[in-house]
Design a protein around this ligand. Structure first.
Ligand SMILES: Cc1cc2nc3c(=O)[nH]c(=O)nc-3n(C[C@H](O)[C@H](O)[C@H](O)COP(=O)(O)OP(=O)(O)OC[C@H]3O[C@@H](n4cnc5c(N)ncnc54)[C@H](O)[C@@H]3O)c2cc1C
Ligand code: SF4
Length: 473
């Protein structure tokens, strides 16, 4: 029997235009430029409109993908936007940063032919078209309306994708929502972690503005566990959602890590992104440019840090990784973009120590050469040191991007909140409820460092339960 994919000849995927590498490595403007209307319609018309769309199974928030793509193909972009918004409150963000290749596109029936529908790019096109239309003619853009079935008050602590999603769904159901954010800007990693060349600040701001229109109140500079605590919030809110992420950096633990010039990726990216360090002296966060930069780690965070360092004017940027390129956990597209821009890869190398001058400024890192041995518990071949193979790499800025863990501030201030062995919040997988009744949690603070869409999926699950308990559908 012919499958849906084989029944029809499928045209190739429409490529996404990008800024040329030589140009973009000197600016913070967005790298991928997005589809225009013709490109989007052509790409959308490749979709087979499957009766049982497998793509939706790959989406943690279950966007009705087939339905919105059908509207794009027909030129009804605003209708497509409405369809996406039934499940996703941050489509312009997700269209840019979701690992689609492992999610919706990974499950698209056309993947078998190597040419899955570019669902993320289409989602981005729809959201951007909507935001541009609203910006051009605000009066003609319908305000978000709430469905007002549920009654009550909800507090969200943290304002990353988990809390923003929870807040959006609760507000749309008629609940009063207060978001308490420790920093001076809302958005979580979307603003302080992911650089503007992958996710422009105004895109995040526009999607957050949509939540404000729904009535969500943002209280910035409020630290959960210090300025506000869960016990107090429970007194005047019917439910509390904790979405504080997992932002405490993990370090290498090698000698010299306290030298001037060694940063965690978290601090480095926050200075540049949230503090607008790339806009000095317009913004007065002192930048730390670095001439020869080394980045330790090989995930998306490492790629972001390396590409940021290039844009800050570094002469050389090396990613130091103890395995090979094939084992790098970052998205393939991010690794390719980094390489195209000039990031070099010091593979099969592990840091032994950082070396400094008499002013305790970093001057070089000593690297141990490695080779791959037998597979370890993760199934990947274990890196083993090659005896005597040691070399120094000149560096004046080192960025450690090895991952993060939970920050104890809120957890220590809330002793009756049960934690997992790994120090994250224990939450019911179906509802997100914690050991404290009507206190919910989701996102990285429950799973450990994960993805935007998984955090959004957790925020959505908790919101649906909160709305149900407070009288909504
Ligand atoms: C550099 C970088 C690049 C990434 N790239 C991608 C990518 O391309 N695609 C992808 O899917 N994922 C990516 N991720 C991961 C993704 O961003 C996270 O998984 C996601 O943001 C987690 O969402 P969250 O809502 O749980 O937490 P966060 O986004 O971390 O938000 C938590 C918020 O809570 C605030 N907060 C913390 N403590 C308190 C407190 N005590 N009181 C009040 N507020 C508090 C924080 O300031 C923050 O605003 C990246 C992460 C980083 C660091
Ligand atoms: S995106 Fe892929 S799986 Fe989804 S409906 Fe279209 S062809 Fe089918």
């Amino acid at each position: 029997m012919a499958t849906e994919a084989s029944a029809k000849k499928v045209a190739p995927r429409v490529e996404m235009p990008c800024q040329p590498p030589a140009e973009r490595r000197h600016n913070f403007k967005e790298v991928a430029l997005g589809y225009n209307g013709d490109m989007a319609a052509t790409e959308a018309s490749r979709c087979l409109q499957c009766k049982r769309p497998t793509c939706v199974r790959g989406c943690p928030v279950e966007v009705p993908i087939r339905d919105f793509i059908r509207e794009v193909a027909a030129g009804n972009v605003e209708r497509a936007y409405e369809i996406i918004r039934t499940a996703n409150s941050l489509p312009a963000v997700c269209g840019r940063v979701c690992p689609q290749e492992n999610q919706c596109e990974g499950k698209c029936i056309l993947k078998a032919k190597g040419e899955a529908i570019a669902i993320g790019r289409l989602e981005r096109f729809v959201a951007d078209t909507h935001l541009a239309a609203c910006a051009a003619a605000p009066d003609s853009c319908p305000s978000e309306t709430s469905e007002t079935q549920a009654k009550g008050r909800v507090a969200c602590i943290g304002s990353g994708p988990a809390s923003l999603t929870c807040a959006g769904i609760c507000a749309a159901a008629g609940l009063e929502v207060d978001v308490y954010e420790a920093l001076h800007e809302s958005g979580g990693v979307l603003v302080y972690g992911i650089p503007a060349f992958r996710l422009p600040k105004d895109v995040v701001a526009a999607e957050i503005a949509g939540l404000r229109e729904l009535g969500v109140r943002f209280h910035l500079n409020h630290v959960g566990g210090r300025t506000v605590d869960v016990a107090d919030l429970r007194k005047d809110h019917d439910a509390v959602f904790i979405g504080v992420g997992a932002g405490l950096p993990i370090f290498l633990g090698v000698p010299g890590e306290n030298l001037v010039g060694v940063f965690s990726a978290n601090e480095y990216l926050t200075r540049i992104n949230l503090g607008r360090g790339y806009d000095f002296p317009e913004h007065d966060t002192p930048p730390f440019p670095g001439r020869h930069v080394t980045v330790f780690g090989a995930g998306n965070v490492a790629m972001d840090a390396a590409r940021t360092a290039l844009r800050m004017g570094a002469e050389s940027v090396h990613i130091v990784y103890r395995r090979t390129r094939a084992e790098m956990p970052a998205r393939a597209e991010e690794i390719e973009h980094a390489a195209e821009e000039g990031v070099e890869f010091a593979l099969l190398s592990a840091p032994l120590r950082f070396n400094g001058d008499e002013q305790l400024r970093l001057t070089s890192v000593t690297l141990q050469k490695m080779e791959l041995g037998e597979p370890d518990a993760s199934g990947r071949r274990r890196p083993v040191p090659v005896e005597g193979a040691v070399e120094d790499l000149e560096t004046d800025l080192a960025i450690v991007a090895l991952g993060t863990r939970s920050n104890p501030i809120l957890l220590d201030a809330t002793p009756d909140l049960a934690r997992t062995e790994r120090g994250y919040i224990e939450a019911d997988p179906e509802t997100g409820e914690t050991s404290i009744p009507n206190v919910f949690a989701g996102g990285d603070i429950v799973t450990g460092a994960a993805t935007v869409i998984l955090a959004m999926g957790a925020g959505r699950k908790a919101a649906q339960e909160i709305v149900r308990r407070l009288g909504g559908k």
